[in-house]
Write a protein that binds this ligand. Sequence first.
Ligand code: PEP
Ligand code: MG
Length: 582
Amino acid sequence: MSFALSGLGVTSGIAIGRVHRLTPGELFIPEYHLKPDAVEPEIERLQHAFSRGDAFLKSLLGRLDDGGGETARELLEAHRLILRDPMLIEASESMVRELRINAEWALVRQTEILQAEFRRMADDYLSLRREDLEQAISLVQRELADQPATLIGSQVPHELSDTVLVASELGPAEMTVLAQRKVAGLITEHGGPWSHSAILARSLEIPMLVGVPHALELLSEDETVILDGHYGAVLANPDEGLLGHYRDKREAWQRRLLDLRRYLVRPSRTIDEQPFTLLGNADLAPEFERCRNAGVEGIGLMRTEYLYLGDSLPDEDSQYRAYRAGVERMQGRPITIRTLDVGGDKLPAELAFTQGPNPALGLRGIRLSLAMGDLFSQQLRAILRASVHGPVEILLPMLTSRDEIRLARAAVSRCREALRGEGVHVDPELPIGGMIETPAAALIADELAEELDFFSIGTNDLIQYLLAIDRSDELVNYIYDPSHPAILKLLRSIRDAGQRHNISVTVCGEMAGNERTARLLLGLGLTRLSMPPALLPAVKRSLVEADAGQCRRLVDRYLSGGSAQISGQSLLDALNDSTSAT
Ligand code: PEP
Ligand code: MG
């Protein structure tokens, strides 16, 4: 039976393939020691997880109908008994108290003890109970994790070029595995088009649809689907006619991508001779190559998180090799390396303990680096060592105050001195810039400019924090509006602060990589844009065919009262209609 589902297209691409469903995989179970004052709250957390696990079983029991399901009922009752067993709860609590270990770890250890006892009394009945114990405990572990399971590589086939992968949500670590395996397309039930996995999909030109409710239930394994990113649609079980139509469309889309590439060799000037600068966002090796081939003037943003999202945290040498490879690939063009910005929707397993109740507002970016001095120094040393091989700039994420910059600069100086002692001489003038991506940083941009060598505006987070919407929550995605007058006013004031202090201002959020919003930025006088290489050709065409003066007039009129009469969408339409030569 053919049917259609809808969601939000992250790229305008088209994918055709067979469905592979990614159901929640193994849980990550952290193990760490507690400070004395964290013990009692941890015991409460454990008790809470037990009672939520029990409540879940109770609700399942309530849904079993009277007629059947006796085995299921017995099983669920048995699991409830396990979860209420004092041997398990109290013993795990004492472990937390006496050994000062986290709840997850205590549960693992207590389960091992109970299992060993079961093994000693070997008989079939008890081996069944052992399985019950594992299943019941995994419920509590899931409650403690309060997160969907993480992907394990073995869940996905090695060759995915004919596969459209369907998942509840995808994290950046999973995205890297999927990209390596050349997945044809991606569909997720959750997530917004500005989440990190969506950014990666755009960057790697993988057609992707996010916010497709119940996709995992509605799409069956192996059925053929068409993913249309432009219309935000999934067409399941299409007939031959539709398939043929979409194969043609896919070809036309691929031809358009090729056609746009001819703009890359044009000078970076608008039709009224306003120069602009295009830079690349690159994290993975192929992106560096593509940026260089696209003729960028440098790398405006190298996110370093991906190095940290593997099985273990990277050491100084492996980071040094990755940064040096980036520097060498750019053959003398500067690369801006952003220090670790984990937290929010990107968190390595070994740093999971830093996750607070609201990760977007928690210990992320520069806060985490300053709180974990050794981790920060290790990264800074690796960056400084790489800078010996070509021009490097350091970028600090999630700034909110002048003090953070001073502390970070002091850390850089300490690392530079230590390296000098080891015979590695690092340029003392190495530029240090800051991400302007919190409302606080934007509002004190003049102060921050006194401490920084350049600004880079992170519009993804700036919009998230200014409009108070979670960038990965599809339910509030409709509010995520880059043309909101509050955003435009703030962007203009950041540009002004940069000009007053004579430092460069780059935009490296997704607004820069969108051909329509790029003209909005041009109208605001923001002419240094950094974006994933896949988006460079379309943005370049948009800018070389734009009239910068006309864009400025439209944006000025909008900001000096026009926003009461016309919507942001109409402004974008006007910017993109009136000055386009195509
Ligand atoms: C941003 O916030 O706009 C940005 C470029 O950083 P990230 O998307 O990594 O948060
Ligand atoms: Mg950001």
